[in-house]
Ligand binder design. Structure first.
Ligand SMILES: [Ca+2]
Ligand SMILES: [Ca+2]
Ligand SMILES: [Ca+2]
Length: 179
C-alpha cells in the first residue's frame, strides 16, 4: 500500500528531477541534477568523484527508462510512469531493487563529503552534506541519530541507503538526495 506521504514524496522527487520543468523527466534532467549536486558540493566537473556521481545518476535514469520501456537517450517519463515505477521497484520488493539503484549514488556522495577518507560519514561530514543539498529545517543531530541504525557514531553507506528508502516510506524526515 502506498500512503499519502509516500505519494507526496514521490511527487516531490519528480518535481526535483524535472530540472527544466517541462513536466517530463529525461536524460538531460538527470544529467543536470548531477551537475547541480556537484556544484553544491563544489566538486570540479572532471574529477573522478564527479564522474562517479554523474554515472550513478545516469545509472538511476537507465533503470527507470528500462522499467518504463523507453529509450534511455531519447525517451521521457511522465509523472504517472515515474510514480508507478517508483512504487513498484523502489518502495516495494523489500527494497532490494531500490538498494541496487540508489547505492552507487550514495557511494558517490559519500566520496564527496568524506573528508577523512574512512568510507563513512561522521557528524561534521554529515553537516556538510545537509548544507550542500540545502536542507535547513532538519536538526542534524537528531537526523544523524535516526540514520545511525547501529549507533556507532558513524553513518555507513548501507545506513544511508536505508535512510533514503525510509524517507520515501515516510519513516524519517531527512531528504538526503534533496527535495
Ligand atoms: Ca524535464
Ligand atoms: Ca568519513
Ligand atoms: Ca552506524
Amino acid at each position: 500500500m502506498t500512503t499519502d506521504i509516500q505519494r507526496e514524496r514521490t511527487q516531490e522527487r519528480f518535481d526535483l528531477w524535472d530540472v527544466n520543468g517541462d513536466g517530463q523527466i529525461d536524460r538531460a534532467d538527470w544529467d543536470a541534477e548531477a551537475q547541480r549536486i556537484l556544484q553544491a558540493f563544489e566538486e570540479a566537473p572532471g574529477s573522478p568523484a564527479a564522474r562517479a556521481l554523474t554515472d550513478a545518476y545516469l545509472g538511476m535514469w537507465g533503470f527507470f527508462a528500462s522499467k518504463a520501456g523507453i529509450d534511455e537517450q531519447t525517451g521521457a517519463l511522465t509523472p504517472e510512469q515515474f510514480s508507478n515505477i517508483a512504487e513498484k521497484h523502489v518502495l516495494e520488493n523489500g527494497g532490494a531493487g531500490f538498494t541496487r539503484v540508489v547505492k552507487p549514488t550514495i557511494q558517490a556522495i559519500v566520496e564527496l563529503v568524506d573528508s577523512d577518507g574512512d568510507g563513512q560519514v561522521n557528524p561534521a561530514e554529515f553537516r556538510s552534506w545537509l548544507d550542500a543539498i540545502g536542507v535547513q529545517d532538519v536538526n542534524p543531530v537528531e537526523a544523524f541519530a535516526q540514520i545511525d541504525a547501529n549507533g556507532d557514531g558513524m553513518l555507513s553507506i548501507d545506513e544511508l541507503v536505508q535512510a533514503v528508502r525510509a524517507y520515501h516510506l515516510g519513516d524519517i524526515d531527512v531528504p538526503l538526495l534533496g527535495r
